[in-house]
Design a protein around this ligand. Structure first.
Ligand code: COI
Length: 329
């Protein structure tokens, strides 16, 4: 079996090498993204692995078919950027890594919220200017807050446990409630209820066309003054312009964005010294009550190891047996 992997980073290398040694299969590793300019490189390979937020369009799957590719294994969980219909039409099996480390992402939500609550960016900037005064940046404690969790899949449930561990009151919304959580009475009945009752909203849901700009000016207006939004899920869920207005008006006290709606040409690229032609993004970066991180909530040793090994095992299993537990349906 022959595999090719795109967008491979140096921190993934040892896991690829380990897998090759253990299974006797070879994987050609490339640093570049998979797009219509690089897809030709997949010719003659049985399986293709990739990890990126940029899209995998329908034409790509037609090319895979032409080149004899059987399986497309993404090394992450979200499939919003994969044209699954086109994959099906072209007979390409798609696999993902549904649970590489829910805790990695859940912990990052809490990490970022804690920083916002204690104004660490503001204090870091003040200290750099040798201004060591405290007032008026008094912090807030998690145990005095209500955290609203959207999405109670693996990541949302890990977040609920961690937030509860800090003493926060947790409420949640999910179109498909988890039976155990339902019994605990954690769910509210609507987004309106969730946004109006919570001091903090943390997003842990996939992006679908129905949820585009779920966090918009209308729903933000329903929040208490001085609330927080944490997005470690997908940029498309948040109307960034509306978020900026809410941050400027004081409706929101802060936001932590690990994803951004137009991130694919920005995050995980070295743009030092280059002009970023995105006025909305630049406006975000200029706000001291916003924490922007380049889609790193997932980025832990545990997660990276699982992403590489599980995706490779999935690709191998599809090639050998025509099936895998991680096939995206
Ligand atoms: C995912 O697993 O879907 C992520 O958001 C991680 C990212 C590197 C694509």
């Amino acid at each position: 079996m022959k595999f090719i992997a795109f967008n491979v980073r140096e921190d993934e290398e040892k896991y690829f090498a380990q897998w090759e040694k253990e299974t006797g299969n070879e994987v050609l590793r490339l640093p570049e993204m998979l797009d219509m300019t690089s897809v030709e490189k997949t010719k003659g390979f049985d399986g293709v692995l990739a990890l990126q937020t940029g899209t995998y369009p329908s034409e790509m799957f037609a090319e895979f078919k032409k080149f004899g590719v059987k399986v497309f294994s993404i090394r992450n969980v979200g499939v919003d950027n994969v044209d699954l219909d086109a994959a099906k039409e072209n007979g390409i099996v798609v696999t993902n890594v549904p649970a590489y480390s829910p805790n990695a992402i859940a912990e990052f939500s809490v990490t970022q919220l804690m920083q916002l609550l204690r104004n660490t960016t503001i204090f870091r900037n003040k200290v750099a200017k040798q201004d060591f005064r405290w007032a008026p940046y008094v912090g807030r404690e998690l145990r005095s807050l209500t955290v609203g969790v959207i999405g109670t899949g693996r990541i949302g449930r890990a977040a609920i446990n961690i937030y509860r561990g800090f003493g926060a009151k947790v409420i949640a919304y999910d179109l498909y409630p988890n039976p155990e959580l339902k019994e605990q009475g954690i769910y509210v009945d609507s987004y309106d209820e969730l946004f109006s009752q919570a001091d903090v909203i943390t997003l842990h849901m996939p992006a679908t066309p129905n949820d585009h700009h779920l966090v918009n000016s209308e729903i933000l207006n329903k929040m208490k003054d001085g609330s927080y939004i944490i997005n470690t899920a997908r940029g498309a869920l948040v109307d960034t312009k509306a978020l900026i207005s809410a941050l400027k008006s004081g409706k929101l006290a802060g936001a932590a964005l690990d994803t951004y709606e137009n991130e694919s040409d920005i995050f995980n690229h070295d743009l030092s010294g280059k002009k970023i032609d995105d006025p909305i993004f630049k406006e975000l970066l200029a706000l001291d009550n916003v924490l922007v991180t380049p889609h790193i909530a997932f980025y832990t040793e545990t997660a990276v190891e699982n992403m590489v090994l599980i995706s490779l095992n999935s690709a191998k299993s599809v090639c050998e047996d025509g099936t895998a537990s991680t096939i995206v349906k």
